[in-house]
Design a protein around this ligand. Structure first.
Ligand code: PGA
Length: 252
């Protein structure tokens, strides 16, 4: 049984003080999530991770938004998986479309980051998703399948089962234009089929989230889809009041 995951991607928002204010309500949010049987967490900037994990109650997932594939060394400006682990971080978002676009990240480099995280026992949240042009050409699944194959390359079934996938169509991120639940379900079902081709029945264990303008008003419709196992939420995860409504919507 795949447990629903609701992960807030805070992107480049919140100072440590603001993150701390949010976390003062984390226990209440976690209790609400537990009642609905769902897992919750947030992904703050590197700067806030130590603070946020110290304030996080047990069971509240703290994720970074990136990681370097090396353990240590001369990589100015980077942070490694062992470093994240040392401050209690449990997961990392990998290959977000903004990082692919602005930082030139490829699926091959994401593959190395995924392996570095798994080595430390951290959960990779691997993002994939197509541009509007690719969507309009009808080539979504072809494009996303390649991202999945490259990102999961060389993983054993046991390792693959630990990865969380987030399908985020680029045209739906931060635009207010969310994908319909039918589009999200169809693509995510297609992603699971690709994973089945790679890892057999293990594909049934891999959680696949939807992301892109998820809001309290539309989260329930995504959660009702058989292949969607949660949501990666940007804008609507920034306040505790909105986060609370997302939990309620995801628990219905
Ligand atoms: P959004 O962002 O919910 O603000 O569209 C989602 C994401 O980029 O992860």
């Amino acid at each position: 049984m795949r447990k629903i995951l609701l992960l807030g991607n805070w992107k480049m928002n919140k100072t440590p003080l603001e993150a701390g204010e949010f976390m003062s309500e984390a226990k209440d949010l976690l209790e609400l999530a537990d009642q609905g049987g769902i897992e919750i967490g947030v992904a703050p900037t590197f700067l806030c991770l130590a603070n946020v994990s110290e304030l996080a109650p047990e069971g509240f997932l703290v994720s970074s938004q990136n990681v370097n594939e090396h353990d240590h060394g001369a990589y100015t400006g980077e942070v490694s998986a062992p470093m994240l682990k040392s401050v209690g971080v449990g997961a990392a978002i990998i290959g977000h479309s903004e990082r692919r676009e602005y930082n030139g990240e490829t699926s091959a480099c994401c593959n190395l980051k995924i392996k570095a995280l798994l080595k430390e026992g951290l959960v990779p949240v691997y993002c994939c998703g197509e541009s509007l042009a690719t969507f309009e050409e009808g080539k979504t699944l072809e494009f996303v399948s390649k991202q999945i194959e490259e990102g999961f390359a060389g993983l054993s079934k046991e390792e693959a089962a630990k990865v969380v996938v987030a399908y985020e169509p680029i045209w739906a991120i931060g635009t207010g234009k969310s994908a319909t639940k039918e589009i999200a379900q169809d693509t995510i079902k297609g992603i699971r089929e690709v994973l089945r081709g790679l890892f057999g029945e293990t594909a049934e264990e891999i959680r696949i989230l939807y992301g892109g303008s998820v809001k309290p008003e539309n989260i329930a419709s995504y959660m009702a889809c058989p292949d969607i196992d949660g949501a990666l939420v940007g804008g609507a995860s920034l306040t505790t009041s909105s986060f609370r409504e997302l939990i309620k919507g995801a628990s219905l």
